[in-house]
Design a protein. Structure first.
Length: 89
């Protein structure tokens, strides 16, 4: 295996990881910022108020995007397995 080959596989792996993990993380970030603004405006200092909305939002995001995320992961894994003979050469 050449360094370019390993770099290509690593780049594809990182791209797939960002595509799959990005949306739930962004949803959690946006909801966390909105809840933080709400807490700042209303001066409510309840710690559980930050966790429950973020957990629900991330769960809903995962539930809605799971078909797309699983298709991305399956495509990546299928391509990786199909290219095993070229890895050996």
């Amino acid at each position: 295996m050449s360094p370019e080959f390993v770099r290509e596989i690593s780049a594809e792996m990182f791209k797939t990881t960002l595509l799959v993990a990005g949306p739930p993380l962004l949803v959690g970030l946006v909801v966390g910022i909105l809840v933080g603004f709400f807490q700042t405006i209303t001066q409510i200092q309840e710690f559980t108020l930050t966790f429950v909305p973020k957990m629900l939002a991330v769960f809903i995001c995962l539930f809605l995007m799971m078909p797309w995320m699983s298709s991305k992961l399956i495509t990546f894994t299928t391509n990786l397995i199909e290219q095993i003979p070229s890895y050996i050469k």
